[in-house]
Design a protein around this ligand. Structure first.
Ligand code: ADP
Ligand code: MG
Length: 226
């Protein structure tokens, strides 16, 4: 689904150049659950931004479904991202003025479904993630695990080809993390392609395989053979 050829990303401030990623060659196939592991500042978030078409690489090539997407215009990259990708973040990013069901339906706002279809999609997701009893509540009144489940339901609502998750358990206790990771695992079992960044060895094991970063380089690969 996605492959990269020698991509790099650097940030420039005057004379100072910071390489966040160098010579990254990775392949993400459809249906895979890949974890990007590594310590803080190793480049995980930067890599997710490139794979998720939020940012363009400073060099190299990135292909999505066979087409080069690194060198296209920002506008075209935004269009492809909106059509194919969904994100889950460490700091959750729900909209406090919208109810749980409105948050989940947000990505559908600009899609060409009928009203009734949108409602059905949202209801199905609330049912699946056991959120139905909360549908008229506001997320800021709920705990972090529930909020992150809402964010995951929202990510699923537009049936993305790829879900990208950046430290999704960063605000959760270990038992809450297990519960959230179980939902990701089930989604993947049903065919959802997932790329997740984490610094936690425990959480890495939920993926099928991990790509380990250190100082902006891929240093090793591991496979967890589920
Ligand atoms: P991680 O997610 O693994 O903690 P990041 O991808 O956030 O790592 O960052 C990788 C490196 O790139 C870090 O050294 C970070 O300081 C640097 N970096 C990230 N974003 C920027 C930016 N916008 N400007 C300058 N440096 C950045
Ligand atoms: Mg990060």
């Amino acid at each position: 689904m996605i492959h990269t050829r020698n991509i790099q990303k650097f940030y420039q401030r005057g004379e100072y150049v910071k390489y966040a990623l160098q010579n990254i060659n990775i392949d993400i196939r459809e249906g895979e659950y890949v974890v990007i592991g590594g310590p803080s500042a190793s480049g995980k978030t930067t890599l997710l931004g490139l794979l998720g078409l939020v940012d363009a690489p400073s060099g190299g090539e990135i292909f999505f479904k066979g087409s080069e997407v690194g060198a296209v215009s920002d506008r075209e990259r935004d269009r492809i991202r909106r059509q194919h990708m969904a994100f889950v973040f460490e700091n959750i990013h729900l909209i406090d003025d919208l109810t749980v069901s409105e948050n989940i339906g947000l990505p559908l706002l600009y899609m060409s479904y009928r009203r009734k279809e949108k409602k059905e999609i949202v209801n199905r997701l609330m049912d699946r993630f056991r959120l139905t009893h909360l549908k008229r509540q506001y997320p800021s009144r709920l705990g972090n695990l529930l909020q992150q489940k809402i964010a995951l339901a929202r990510a699923c609502s537009c049936s993305p080809d790829l879900i990208l998750a950046d430290e999704p358990c960063g605000r959760l206790s270990s038992s809450e993390s297990d519960e959230l990771m179980e939902l990701f695992r089930q989604l993947n079992e049903e065919g959802q392609t997932i790329v997740m960044a984490t610094h936690s060895e425990e959480i890495m094991k939920y993926g099928q395989r991990a790509i380990h970063l250190f100082d902006g380089h891929v240093v090793s690969h591991s496979s967890f053979g589920r």
